[in-house]
Ligand binder design. Sequence first.
Ligand code: NAP
Length: 463
Amino acid sequence: MKRIVLTGYRGTGKTEIGKQLAQQNGVPFLDTDTLIEQETGRSIPDIFHEDGEERFRAIEREVIASLPPADVVIGTGGGAVVDPKNMEHLRKDSTLVLLTADIDTIERRILHSSRPPLTNLPMRKEIAEMMDRRRQHYHAASDFYLDTSDTTPADAAGKIASMLKTGVATAAARAEGLTFFRSGRLSAPVLQRLEEILKNPPADPQMRILGVAGYPCAHSRGPRLFNALFREFGLNNYYTFFEDPELDQIMTVARSLDVKGLSVTIPFKQDVIPFLDEVDEHAAQQIGAVNTVVFACGSAIGYNTDWLGIRKPLVGMKGAKAVLLGAGGGASAAAYALVDLDMDVTILNRTPAKAKELAQRAGCRWAAWDAFDSIRPDLVVNTTPLGMEPDTRSPLTEEQLYPDLTVYDLVYTPPITPLIERARAKGCTTITGTGMFVEQAREQFYLWFGIDLPEETLRKYIA
Ligand code: NAP
């Protein structure tokens, strides 16, 4: 039996439901809080009181790292999933089931608990506050979820067992999903894999699909990168191409197949917003473009990780004079990143009205495409698809490039674009799209799985 890990806030029923589920499967139930108490010979309130929360979290990390790999049901402490290292251990060859409950139910269930409070707030406020703070982490710690507010532990265990046995997508949804993939331009091996995954009954009902949504998106390196990461981290997922000119068709299939996440690419980064239940306020709402969708607890939530990937290699160029070529989704994220680094940014775009609109939104300048030479920037960031295979054009001529210019091309197929090739020949500093792609993918991986990719893993994939 694959390891089942129950996650969720205190009072959502992990211990009682975990015991029932373990009994039904004839395997042991291990509760990480109980293991901590056994290992230290002290109660959790005592550890908190005498050594503080930090020490408790360190012991919790050790206990989680030493959990058995299979044939067991595990219940985790409510805050364990916040730590990316814990997630790396908990996720390995496991299925994570997030238990949720409404605040009234949680308050009632933990009213007489001796567990120490985590804040100075009254209990009800603390529950709301902590659940809100940990929400993104709980989403990342959920392959399946169950609201336990109105169920007995035995009923909840039964529901979980049946979910794990059949998966969430119906037979009809899987058949429709296959029709969708068959109508696309997938290679024979990719289609064959999807046929195995989506057949009825499913060979592995706990397998969750993810993919890149775009048109075209067959060039995307996402499937190669993420499927390699799934193998490396023991994740039961498959990442594929959702390539279709109709975004509503993609979103309908994604929801009915109960996919875990989508990367959104050209031309859907802005169009996808109305299809979402929520958009992350810090990035996507201000950037106005979403490149990552997390499906969790029945909702589709949009984020933007592009701006973090763009920003990373530019932190040493604070305050520079920059030109942004393009005014689409990638440009919105780039504008947000450059403005965040206090740069003086001018946007140039084929359709000037869009440059003006983005400039007003992002708080920077805009100008006609041919204004590049008069600006003479320190940095130019190409966010147009010019130079993306099979296109061999460069957005700038050789004469427009000079040695003290830094050229950053977001296009990453091919890895060395015509623009980067020209810029290197002219002695410019160059930054390719591959580094940005891997950095933004690292953030996506964190949002979907709660795991922070180690530097050595990143270096392997950027190389
Ligand atoms: P988008 O939202 O469709 O925007 C494309 C922009 O490029 C628009 O401003 C468009 O101008 C302009 N454009 C398109 N064709 C053009 C042409 N022939 N000449 C001049 N301008 C043209 O696309 P996006 O999502 O921003 O993606 C843009 C590129 O960045 C793609 O190649 C994508 O692969 C790459 N990208 C890479 C990464 C990475 O991880 N490295 C991340 C994001 C994006 P109009 O307004 O006139 O249509």
